[in-house]
Design a protein around this ligand. Structure first.
Ligand SMILES: [Zn+2]
Length: 163
């Protein structure tokens, strides 16, 4: 049951990583790449992306514009922007997916489970009663990809409508 204790620990395992920082690359990319990058919202000082290996439906990562490794490295402006983006994500997910709760958490350092330790990011994981079977159900890559596509369409539309 370790995954229940820290559901956001399962990030970016396997596959060939693209060069550079995932969050900086997604933020700077052309909007046409947003679907590929699973980017659902691009604000001036923060972004929201779907996790490619979601613990649960609607699992997003919120990253500040600043490429820094830890929360204490953010200045007040970027810290506020990150918090506001997390709040925005909670609001959109609550409206669109109707979860009964959330896990919100930050992994600092690889030893703590951070897959991208150089760019601090907040995991927001919607939770429902009896949702612990999600990963086994979505174990097949094809199913995960189809699920991510649908979730991306739903959430990117919702985020842009929530401006
Ligand atoms: Zn970065």
């Amino acid at each position: 049951m370790e995954h229940l204790y820290a559901p956001w620990r399962m990030e970016y395992i396997g596959g060939t990583p693209e060069p550079g920082c995932l969050f900086c690359r997604a933020r700077e990319a052309d909007a046409g790449q947003d679907r590929h990058n699973l980017l659902v919202w691009r604000g001036p000082d923060a972004i929201v992306m779907l996790n490619k290996f979601p613990y649960n439906s609607g699992h997003v990562m919120v990253a500040p514009r600043a490429h820094v490794g830890s929360l204490e490295d953010l200045d007040d402006h970027d810290a506020l922007a990150l918090h506001q983006a997390v709040a925005r994500a909670l609001g959109v997910l609550r409206t669109e997916l109707g979860p009964e709760g959330f896990n919100v958490g930050v992994n600092l350092g690889r030893v703590a489970g951070a897959g991208i330790p150089d760019h601090v990011h907040v995991h927001v994981v919607p939770r429902w009663n009896g949702d612990t079977n999600f990963m086994p159900v979505l174990a097949e890559t094809k199913v995960v990809n189809e699920h991510l596509e649908r979730t991306w369409e739903k959430l990117s539309a919702a985020f842009s409508g929530a401006t």
